[in-house]
Ligand binder design. Structure first.
Ligand code: FAD
Length: 315
């Protein structure tokens, strides 16, 4: 069953979360530990983030530095498979344009098909850290919708070179939406128009960027419905779990923190910030569930214990 069907057929608000592939050199145990901690809340699916290569400097024998392009978190496809086979919970790897050529994407789709993974979250991906703005791979894509089209063509049984195959299990996929607008979009209307295009291209659900004011999500859903977007819109929640997130989250994710939350965090150390974060996120989740949202997606990165406490309170 596709994720969209799983969500739609769930008798109550479904629970899902995301994990990051381990840092290069680390084992997969930490990923499994996160899942073990959250498993009791019956996750309907688990997302696995994907990461581009970044430029890093390596010291050489002669004392100079050499610039190399390296992935600090490789292995999204393999981690997705490991999760799906160990836990029998659908794994949803993120497929990104950033840093990937079309050919590399095709190889990833072939691997995923062999591994029995049929759900994806299709995204443009973040810009490289050294870049001021997103630059597409020379043989890749500028926007998520182009990647959707490659997946669609693959689903129809065509490789990039036009040769044909038989695909017994086509991919289904979701895309990202931004209640507070994507930071590069000139305005929310334009951003929503592009979101509608992504849905019309084949996305069967939307997962939102994190938000800390539920009214932003409700307004977003209303505006999506008004322009004819009918697919499920899964709210993304993150429990704040460190004092510096008061300034880091707005800077990195371009989201607002409501004044009451900002004030509550203003004089917190990390321990106190975690308490505020759990309380705030629990209140958000309670209201969203009461309004009957199909599913809540938790950004559990470095916040497994906080997500566990929120889930224990609301599920
Ligand atoms: P797009 O849909 O391509 O949109 C990007 C911008 O371009 C928007 O401003 C949009 O309005 C505009 N746009 C869209 N289509 C067009 C078009 N056809 N023509 C002109 N403009 C257009 N990043 C990662 O690197 N790895 C991850 O694993 C990851 N997971 C994420 C999960 C979720 C749920 C979310 C919300 C984000 C995630 N991100 C991840 C971050 C995401 O990749 C960035 O926010 C990225 O900047 C935009 O991705 P997108 O898929 O929304 O891009």
């Amino acid at each position: 069953m596709s994720i969209a069907s799983l969500i739609q057929n769930s008798p109550r608000t479904a629970f899902s979360f995301e994990v990051l592939p381990p840092l290069k050199g680390n084992g997969i145990e930490k990923v499994f530990a996160t899942i073990d901690a959250l498993r009791e809340f019956d996750p309907k699916y688990i997302n696995i983030t994907s990461h581009r290569s970044e430029l890093v400097y390596k010291s050489t024998e002669n004392g100079l530095y050499r610039q190399v392009s390296e992935k600090s978190r490789p292995g999204s496809v393999a981690v997705a498979a490991a999760i799906q086979y160990k836990y029998h919970i659908p794994a949803v790897p993120h497929l990104i344009c950033s840093g990937f050529s079309k050919q590399e994407t095709e190889y990833a789709l072939i691997d995923l098909n062999f591994l029995g993974i049929t759900d994806l979250l299709v995204l443009r991906g973040d810009k490289a850290k050294h870049e001021a703005r997103f630059t597409p791979h020379p043989e890749g894509y500028s926007h998520a919708i182009e990647l959707e089209r490659q997946v669609n063509r693959f689903n129809e049984g065509f490789f990039l070179d036009g040769s044909h195959m038989t695909l017994d299990r086509p991919f289904s996929y979701g895309v990202a939406g931004y209640p507070e607008k994507h930071d590069e979009a000139p305005n929310l209307e334009t951003d929503l128009r592009h979101l509608k295009e992504k849905v019309d291209a084949g996305a069967s659900y939307i997962v939102t960027q994190m938000f800390f004011d539920n009214s932003k999500y409700f307004d977003f859903v209303e505006r999506c419905r008004a322009i004819g977007i009918t697919v499920p819109i899964v709210p993304g929640l993150k429990p704040i779990n460190a004092a510096n997130q008061l300034t880091v989250l707005p800077k990195v994710f371009h989201v607002d923190l409501p004044e009451a939350l900002a004030q509550a965090l203003a004089h917190c150390d990390d321990l106190a910030a975690k308490e505020v974060g759990v309380e705030w996120c629990t209140a958000q989740a309670r209201e969203l569930i009461a309004k009957g949202v199909p599913s809540i997606h938790f950004y559990s990165l470095m916040a497994t214990e906080s997500v566990r406490r929120v889930a224990a309170a609301v599920y």
